[in-house]
Structure formats: C-alpha cells, structure tokens
Design a protein around this ligand. Structure first.
Ligand SMILES: Nc1nc2c(ncn2[C@@H]2O[C@H](COP(=O)(O)OP(=O)(O)OP(=O)(O)O)[C@@H](O)[C@H]2O)c(=O)[nH]1
Ligand SMILES: [Mg+2]
Length: 205
C-alpha cells in the first residue's frame, strides 16, 4: 500500500449550525440534542483507507460565535479542505458561509477543496434557504454542495468520503515498490476507521 497522507480539514460556519454535531457523528457516531458552544476550536483525527490510500484527517472544528470569528484564519491556514456549514432554516447562516468562502479564497486561493454543507436537512418544513439557491452559489464558487442531517446521520459519511477523494485527486500518490495494484485495484472505495481510538487527540487549543 502507498504511504499515508495527512490532510488538514477545517469546519467553519455560524454558531449552532451543527459543525460539532457533524464531527461527532463522523468520528464517534454520536449526537447530542443540546447545543454546547465550542470555545475557540477543537481537534479530532480520523483514519481511513480510500482507493487503497491510507489517509489521516486532522479535523479542526472551529467556534461559530461572533467573538471567535477573527480567529478563523488561524485555523484555516494550510487547510487542504474546508467544510462551510449552514443551517437550512437560517438564511443568516448561509450569508456567513459566503463570507468564509471569500476569506478562504483570499488566503488560500484555489488550493483548498471547498465543501458547502446544508445541515439540518431533517427540518425541511422550516427550510429558509432553497436547494437551488445553495446549488447555484456552490457551483459559482467552484465548491460542492452536500445535504446533511447530523441528527439522522444523513450524508455525513458521504461528505467526508467525497472531500477526501477530492483532496486525494490533488495529491499524487507516493509510489511504494511493494505495492503494484493497490488494495482495491483502484476500482472502488474501501473505508477503514481506526478501530482502536478514532477520536484520539480530542482537545482544545
Ligand atoms: N434538527 C437538527 N438539529 C441539529 C442537527 N445538527 C445539529 N443540530 C443541533 O443544533 C444545535 C447546535 O449544534 P452544534 O453542533 O453544537 O453547533 P455548532 O455549529 O458546533 O455551534 P458552535 O460550536 O457554537 O459554533 C444542537 O442543539 C444540535 O443538537 C441536525 O442535523 N438536525
Ligand atoms: Mg461547535
């Protein structure tokens, strides 16, 4: 198998849109109905194997409250992927995504893989941001739109798999002479989570 690659992924978005919920659903398949504000940022890792390539994701979950907004660039510096989250019931949170995209593009240019995430898809009846609006915006800024519900565990795995796939496409594999075919012959997706402790390094900075 090829040598592993580590990607830095940052989650940005207004307070209460579900950033932490998305990360917790992905890393430990849990969900909390209560909103516990993230302070500054928290960090988790996740290991997976995609198309025969070993990947470690360093996931930075930032605080959405306005008082932390100036810290954003500290966390998205050198990010390979950015997950911009909004709540489909909250138009302001969608506007905030646009602000983050501007900042990211200014600092990182096109080097960063952008994911725009319409979270809380289970609250469809209270939707305030239409699918079409979000789709049009995402394609205008060369990002992809993902619909998720951290609560119902919808679209979360797909989001991280697809983001990882896109980051890998930007990163040529390092050849390893013991590997000629790759684990899956590069035909499909194989995921392996770190079975021992996928959420190690949970902490604050
Ligand atoms: N209905 C619904 N509620 C959700 C979903 N995702 C998160 N929530 C709820 O939204 C609230 C905020 O979730 P968090 O994940 O803490 O939001 P956050 O974006 O991390 O917030 P900050 O850390 O303050 O920036 C919590 O009460 C969650 O239970 C979802 O997909 N559907
Ligand atoms: Mg949070």
């Amino acid at each position: 198998m090829n040598r592993g690659v580590t990607f830095k992924v940052v989650l940005l978005g207004e307070g209460s849109v579900g950033k932490t919920s998305i990360v917790l659903r992905y890393t430990e398949n849990s969900f909390n109905d209560k909103h516990i504000e993230t302070e500054q940022a928290s960090f988790r890792t996740k290991k997976l194997i995609l198309d025969g390539r070993r990947v470690e994701l360093s996931i930075w979950d930032t605080a959405g409250q306005e008082r932390y907004r100036a810290l954003g660039p500290l966390y998205f510096r050198e990010a390979n992927g950015a997950i911009l989250v909004f709540d489909i019931t909250d138009q302001d949170s969608f506007n905030q995504v646009k602000d983050w995209v501007k900042q990211l593009k200014r600092v990182l240019g096109d080097d960063v893989v952008l994911c725009i995430v319409a979270n809380k898809a289970d609250l469809e009846k209270d939707r305030h941001v239409s699918m079409q609006t979000a789709e049009e915006y995402a394609s205008a800024v060369n990002a992809k739109l993902y619909n998720t519900s951290a609560k119902l565990n919808k679209g979360i795995e797909e989001l991280f798999n697809n983001l990882t796939q896109r980051m890998l496409e930007k990163t040529p594999p390092t050849p390893n002479i013991s590997d000629t075919n790759g684990v899956n012959g590069r035909t499909g997706i194989s995921i392996q989570q770190n079975p021992t402790n996928p959420t190690a390094n949970n902490g604050c900075c």
